[in-house]
Design a protein around this ligand. Structure first.
Ligand SMILES: [Zn+2]
Length: 311
C-alpha cells in the first residue's frame, strides 16, 4: 500500500496522453541493435534527494525515478498498431491503469483515431520520432525534422501536447537531449526494465522479465506492436498489482520524484535583522506544487519546470 500522503498526490496528478512507434523493420528483431551498450553510454543526470529545486528542475534524462512509494510507469513504444493497441487499451481500461505511449509519427498519421482513443482514455502521449532512426547519426536539422513532424502529428490527432520523447534504441547524445529539452520542453525518457519483448516473442518470458526487474520508480519498456507483449499484459499487470505496485504515467512519476525532492529544502544560514548581532540558521518547508487534476491542452510544448522560490 502507498503511504497515505502519496495517495492524494496521485489522485491530484494530471492525466496524460500516450503513444509509440510503428512496426518498422528497425524496431523488429531483424535488426539486433547493441542496446545495452548504447544505454550505458547515456549520461543520466541524477539529483540528490535534498537537491535545491533548481537542480531538480534541470534534470533532462530519466532512466527511472526516485519515488517514496511503489509506483511504476508502464510505457509502450513503436505504435499505435491497429491490431494490438486497441486490445491493450481494453486491458488497461479494465484495470484502471494509465500508461504512456511513445509513438512513431508515421504510425500516428496512419492511425490517428487510435491516438485519439489513447489520449481520450487518460494515457500519456509521447514522441518516439517520425521513422525510428538512430538519432545519434542525425544532424540537429534531421533531429528537429523527426521530432517536430511527430509532435505536430500527435497534437493534430488528439489535441494533447507531448511532454517527453524517447530515442529509438535508447540512443541519444547529451547535447541532443538538451536540444530537445530547450526546444520542445521534452524530457528524454529511457527505461530500467526491459523484457526484450522485441527479441523473445513469448508472453511468459515477457511477464517473467518484467516481474524480475521492476522496483519502485521503474520505467518499464514494452512494445505494443507485438501480439505476444499484449498477451503478456493481463497476468503481468495483475501480478504487479498483487505485489502492491500502482501505475502512473511518466509525467506523474517525474512529478512524484520532484515532489519528494522538494519536500524539505534546508536554506543556508542567513543574517538576522540588523541589531540582533547573531546568525540564525533558518529551515523552511517548501511545498511541492499541486498539479491540476486534468492537464489542459497547451498551446505550446511544456515549458521547463519552475523552480520553487525560497524567500
Ligand atoms: Zn522503438
Amino acid at each position: 500500500m502507498l503511504p497515505a500522503r502519496i495517495i492524494p498526490l496521485l489522485i491530484a496528478f494530471s492525466l496524460a496522453n500516450a503513444s509509440e512507434n510503428p512496426p518498422s523493420a528497425a524496431a523488429d528483431s531483424t535488426v539486433a541493435m547493441p542496446e545495452i551498450e548504447i544505454r550505458r553510454a547515456i549520461p543520466v543526470v541524477k539529483a540528490p534527494l535534498n537537491a535545491a529545486p533548481a537542480l531538480t528542475a534541470n534534470k533532462v534524462v530519466y532512466n527511472r525515478c526516485e519515488v517514496p512509494a511503489p509506483v511504476v510507469a508502464l510505457t509502450f513504444d513503436d505504435g499505435p498498431n491497429p491490431d494490438h493497441t486497441p486490445r491493450l487499451l481494453d486491458m488497461l481500461k479494465a484495470r484502471n491503469i494509465k500508461a504512456t505511449f511513445f509513438m512513431v509519427g508515421r504510425c500516428v498519421v496512419t492511425w490517428p483515431h487510435i491516438v485519439k482513443r489513447i489520449a481520450d482514455e487518460g494515457h500519456e502521449v509521447a514522441n518516439h520520432s517520425w521513422s525510428h532512426p538512430m538519432l545519434t547519426a542525425l544532424s540537429t536539422t534531421g533531429l528537429d525534422s523527426q521530432m517536430k513532424r511527430t509532435h505536430d502529428a500527435i497534437v493534430k490527432a488528439c489535441g494533447k501536447v507531448p511532454a517527453h520523447s524517447r530515442p529509438p534504441y535508447g540512443a541519444i547524445r547529451a547535447n541532443q537531449s538538451k536540444h530537445l529539452y530547450d526546444t520542445y520542453g521534452y524530457s528524454t525518457i529511457i527505461w530500467d526494465v526491459d523484457p526484450l519483448d522485441w527479441k523473445n516473442r513469448k508472453a511468459q518470458a515477457v511477464k517473467d522479465r518484467i516481474l524480475a526487474q521492476t522496483k519502485s520508480g521503474s520505467i518499464i519498456l514494452c512494445h505494443d506492436i507485438h501480439g505476444t507483449t499484449v498477451d503478456a499484459m493481463p497476468a503481468t499487470l495483475d501480478e504487479l498489482k498483487a505485489r502492491g505496485y500502482q501505475f502512473a504515467t511518466v509525467s506523474q512519476l517525474i512529478d512524484l520524484e520532484k515532489e519528494s525532492a522538494q519536500e524539505t529544502v534546508v536554506v543556508a544560514p542567513v543574517m538576522a535583522a540588523p541589531g540582533a548581532g547573531e546568525v540564525k540558521a533558518e529551515v523552511k518547508e517548501v511545498k511541492a506544487e499541486v498539479k491540476p487534476a486534468v492537464k489542459e491542452v497547451k498551446a505550446e510544448p511544456a515549458a521547463a519546470p519552475k523552480a520553487v522560490s525560497v524567500p
